[in-house]
Design a protein around this ligand. Structure first.
Ligand code: AMP
Ligand code: MG
Length: 269
């Protein structure tokens, strides 16, 4: 467990998500209420993480929870993850394979580039379909959106009502670091066009070419999410003066994409 924090250079106050094979396994480590069961039924297996009170007899250790009395749990959908989890039988903590603060890897090659030298083995399950980290919802007092993701705010609110923002208290919402997912180059947002010396991530009709990557030529948010980190990393490798990014609409998946982009640019407090 300590080796995961070490390999990622992850601060120990930032807890990990426990991944399990199914709802029954999740209920062995966390205390579920009606809202939690409703969300699990709707979105598992899939990219939704629930932060719930930890079960005192659960097996997730203090270090994985950063000493909190809560636990983050999720049932992933990928067949390779599911095979691993049902083969192992218990919860598996599984953060992204990047060094802490860097853009998440979404392909085998990018994962190996980030943390491969620290890993005993690496499995290739193909490129990520969603391409963004899971949505994180805390169900402790009022439901709170700790991290937007592929399961949209709108879809969750339709089932359990309005989501409050994450608490400013860093101990309760430890993952909200200002600069995160960040490439080496500075990131400039809402750019209609690149300036000289800048790389460009376009969205919507715009030709690709040297220094220009298109997140989704047809302006599709799911496609843009799937390409986001790989394109950020590709642009960064060319060592531009900055990476300029086209405006992305804030609705639906756009909330999660813009959250990652603002953190990549270092704008979120
Ligand atoms: P990552 O594994 O890098 O995708 O990050 C997992 C996210 O879940 C981070 O934002 C963590 O801070 C958050 N998280 C994990 N466990 C808890 C918890 N018990 N309470 C609040 N947030 C959590
Ligand atoms: Mg991560």
């Amino acid at each position: 467990m300590a080796a995961i924090y070490e390999a990622k250079g992850r601060p120990r106050f930032n807890p990990l998500i426990s991944h399990v094979a199914d709802l029954a396994a999740a209920e062995r480590i966390a205390v579920f209420d009606d809202r939690a069961r409703k969300l699990a039924a709707a979105f598992w297996p899939g990219p939704l993480t629930l932060v719930l009170p930890v079960r005192p007899d659960g097996v997730v250790c203090d270090l994985a929870r950063a000493g909190l009395d809560t636990v983050a749990v999720r049932v992933p959908a990928h067949p390779l993850a599911r095979a691993l989890l049902s083969g192992f039988g218990g919860p598996v903590v599984a953060p992204s394979a990047n060094r802490s603060g860097r853009p998440s890897p979404t392909t085998y090659a990018d994962a190996v580039e980030e943390t491969g030298d620290k890993a005993a083995a690496a499995l290739d399950g193909g490129p990520c379909e969603v391409g963004l980290e899971s949505t994180v919802v805390a169900l402790l007092d009022q439901p709170r959106l700790l991290r937007p993701g592929a399961v949209t705010r709108e879809a969750i609110e339709a089932l359990i009502g309005p989501l409050a923002e994450a608490e400013a208290d860093a101990k309760r919402s430890p993952g909200r670091l200002a600069r995160h997912y960040a490439p080496q180059s500075p990131v400039r947002l809402d750019a209609a066009e690149p300036a000289t010396g800048e790389a460009y991530l376009a969205f919507g009709p715009h030709p690709e070419g040297p220094g220009v990557w298109n997140l989704s030529p047809r302006g599709d948010l799911a496609e843009a999410a799937a390409h986001l980190f790989a394109h950020l990393r590709a642009a960064d490798r060319t060592g531009p003066k900055a990476i300029a990014v086209a405006p992305i609409p804030e609705a639906g998946l756009g909330e999660a994409i813009n959250d990652r982009l603002r953190r990549a640019a270092g704008f979120v407090g």
